[in-house]
Design a protein around this ligand. Structure first.
Ligand code: UD1
Ligand code: MG
Length: 459
């Protein structure tokens, strides 16, 4: 077959009854993203593909909305009734040209890797159909590959297999590359005379063979790729395999994972060398870690960039933020979206920073809330300082110059600006702008009451 015009059809219309969910099976989350997104991401890297389509049905509105928002080039085709995998492919015939080839993928077989798809494409010459099989110790539940004189003659589904066929360990992964002419000629001949009364795409193999066509199987090197996710047990198995792949990728790039199985990775991490990650950390979205970054246990890092040699102390949460070089964050710090922590800065225990810029080498060491603020370089923010950014209706900004010292337990009522080099006395409530290089404080004078007696409890 010719693969110069290649269509990909992903079958994703099934309900996934065994998943016991209100959502379509292909939207179940793995590595914090819908399982169908994994396949669509893999396809992005295969240049031979001319067009790809997802066949949707059960939970269609949600499937359509999520796919079109994230993969706008993917065609979406409805399968009105879920009558089986052959019927699903038949609903895509209108976008399949008369010549070229079609790669059929199952929406629930997401561990399939790019190099395996390439291997299948390389086997296309002289074949009408190339399928991906796998040899499993426990083949239960899968379609079995039946061979005669070593060549593939048909596939029998578990539910239709006799006891001898059930012993066969070579299974159908569901991945098939089919010549478009052979597909169009034979798919119409498939009937539903089987245990599930479904139109099985797998029946196309015996039909092609009967017409003298050529069918071959590429045997998956890695049996993980065969895993079809039909229930939550298989979902957990797939997650485990996926996480292992991600962790190994990181370790190969020079990251030390202190306890690899306790690192959870969703999304894409880019790393420098000599990064150390302690147990129970979670990474989500796009994360970049510079050389020598140290992430202590229990931290959650999402869509963030962390500069060289910065140290994230235990139990810190960083989300949509940029951390510079040589910073120290935490323990128990929360850096919220739109925050930038500049080089050498220190954000300490129980400090929350939101939509703020913290200047070079500035310190917010203890128990503070810094929101909607711009803080200059070499600033020291005392323990318990609060930027009062919200008046009950609107948010306002606080601006603090370079070299400012804010005494402990001060409230800076925004909008407010503190000039360079100013010192704010402890316990102040600052409601007006403060000039540069001066001492400002608000503080009721100390009163002494003589001869005062503490209340006493009646005995
Ligand atoms: C299928 C294969 C089986 C293979 C296994 C691999 C058939 C008949 N059987 O079985 O040989 O070993 O996958 O995991 O092909 N779907 C539709 N429309 C339908 C029915 C299914 O779009 O009418 C979609 C499902 O959403 C799913 C995929 O096709 O993503 C496979 O369907 P599923 O019910 O999981 O098939 P299996 O029983 O796993
Ligand atoms: Mg399945």
């Amino acid at each position: 077959m010719q693969i110069n015009d290649l269509t990909v059809v992903i079958l994703a219309a099934g309900k996934g009854t065994r998943m016991r969910s209100k959502s379509a099976k292909v939207l179940q989350s793995l590595g914090a993203k819908p399982i169908i997104f994994h396949l669509l991401d893999t396809l992005k890297n295969i240049p031979e593909i001319s067009r790809s389509a997802v066949i949707y049905g059960f939970g269609g509105d949600e499937v359509k909305a999520k796919i079109s928002a994230n993969f706008p080039d993917t065609l979406l085709i409805e399968q009105k009734e879920q009558l089986g995998t052959a019927n699903a492919v038949a609903s895509a015939l209108k976008i399949i040209p008369d010549n070229g080839a079609t790669l059929v993928l199952l929406g629930d077989t997401l561990l399939l890797q790019k190099h395996t798809i390439e291997e299948i494409l390389q086997a296309a010459e002289k074949q009408d159909l190339v399928l991906l099989s796998a040899i499993l110790d426990n083949p239960k539940g899968y379609g079995r590959i039946i061979r005669e004189n070593n060549s593939v003659t048909r596939i029998v589904e578990e539910k239709d297999a006799n006891s001898e066929e059930k012993l066969v360990k070579e299974i159908n992964t569901g991945v098939m590359l089919i010549d478009n002419q052979a597909l169009k000629k034979n798919i119409v001949k498939i009937n539903n005379a089987n245990a599930q009364q479904e139109y099985y795409l797998t029946d196309i193999i015996s039909l092609i063979k009967k017409n003298g066509g050529n069918v071959t199987a590429v045997v998956a090197q890695n049996t993980d790729e065969a895993l079809g996710i039909n229930d939550r047990i298989q979902l957990a198995q797939a997650e485990k395999i996926y996480q292992n792949r991600k962790r190994e990728e990181l370790m190969r790039q020079g990251v030390t994972l202190i306890s690899p199985e306790q690192t959870y990775i969703a999304g894409e991490i880019t790393v420098g060398v000599d990064v150390i990650i302690e147990p129970n950390c979670t990474f989500k979205g796009k994360v970049t870690l510079g050389d020598g970054v140290f992430i202590s246990c229990g931290s959650i890092i999402e869509n963030a960039e962390i500069g060289e040699n910065s140290k994230i102390e235990p139990m810190s949460i960083i989300e949509n933020a940029v951390i510079g070089k040589n910073c120290q964050i935490g323990p128990f710090a929360r850096i919220r979206p739109q925050s930038t922590i500049s080089d050498q800065a220190k954000i300490g225990n129980f400090v929350e920073v939101k939509a703020s810029v913290i200047g070079n080498a500035s310190k917010v060491n203890h128990l503070s809330y810094i929101g909607d603020s711009t803080i200059g370089a070499d600033v020291n923010i005392g323990a318990g300082t609060i930027t009062c950014n919200y008046d009950g209706a609107n948010k306002h900004r606080t601006t603090i110059g370079d070299r400012v010292f804010i005494g402990s337990n001060s409230a800076l009522v925004a909008p407010v600006a503190i000039g360079d080099g100013a010192t704010i006395g402890a316990g102040s409530v600052i409601t007006k702008n403060v000039s540069a290089e001066i001492l400002a404080f608000t503080r009721p004078p100390l009163k002494e009451v003589k001869d005062w007696e503490r209340p006493k409890k009646n005995k």
